[in-house]
Design a protein around this ligand. Sequence first.
Ligand code: PT1
Length: 261
Amino acid sequence: MPLVMGILNVTPDSFSDGGQFNLLEAAVERAEQMIAAGVDIIDIGGESTRPGAKPLPLQQELDRVMPVVYALRDCGKPLSIDTYKPAVMREALAAGADMINDVKGLFEPGAVEAVAESQCGLCVMHMQQNPETMQVSPYYHDTVCEITTFLQERIAELGKAGIERKRMCIDPGFGFGKTLEHNLTILRNLESIQNAIGLPLLAGLSRKTMIGTITGKSTNARLAGSLAAALVAVANGARIVRVHDVAETVDALKVWHIAMK
Ligand code: PT1
């Protein structure tokens, strides 16, 4: 069965009302719902990396993420931390987090060391530019080839730094410096990217702009489109899907899996 990574955004805009305690309480409640729905990994993030998003100061990210890590560390599910900041990685890993999900591929100074000094899992993602600028004018000569080469080179570097391959998964980074056409090319060629690298591939398509562009639906009406995208990703070899709607995705994958395997 493919694994389901549930997105736990600890950001005030995800849980309206505001206030640090409300935010923690709401995040823990969401996590409990995900666990009841059959989530495999909980991905905790304090800084948005969607197109146009601005960096969040370190202390604010720690204030959002760390209470949630402490609250969930004994929940029985692996905790992934969606961060590129080495200080957040270190604190979260010391508190018992299991995996680092870094959209910047450990390029921030100190990030490689933070992960190398732990035994945690790691997701290495491809992004062109950075969240503020990545959707301005994405360009590739050969999309699949460039993403594959980037991931291969990055994984070799991380291997030299002492991070074993068996700790890693890869992610082509849907929507991170990619047009709709780029995203579709990647989705159609996931198998070749995964085979070329030989590591489990994680796909994050849930509620993204590409789903909105195809369906004409706003963010909160992209469930059906996101389920279809998750199934295509899994059919094309993805081993982990990163999603907002855990219950619905788990059901869709159960039906897909029993019929296809
Ligand atoms: C992802 C991912 C992530 N996505 C991993 N981590 C986000 N490993 C955050 C849009 O096009 O795919 N893989 N962490 C969220 N980022 C985006 C990017 C959200 C693009 C929305 C879009 O709308």
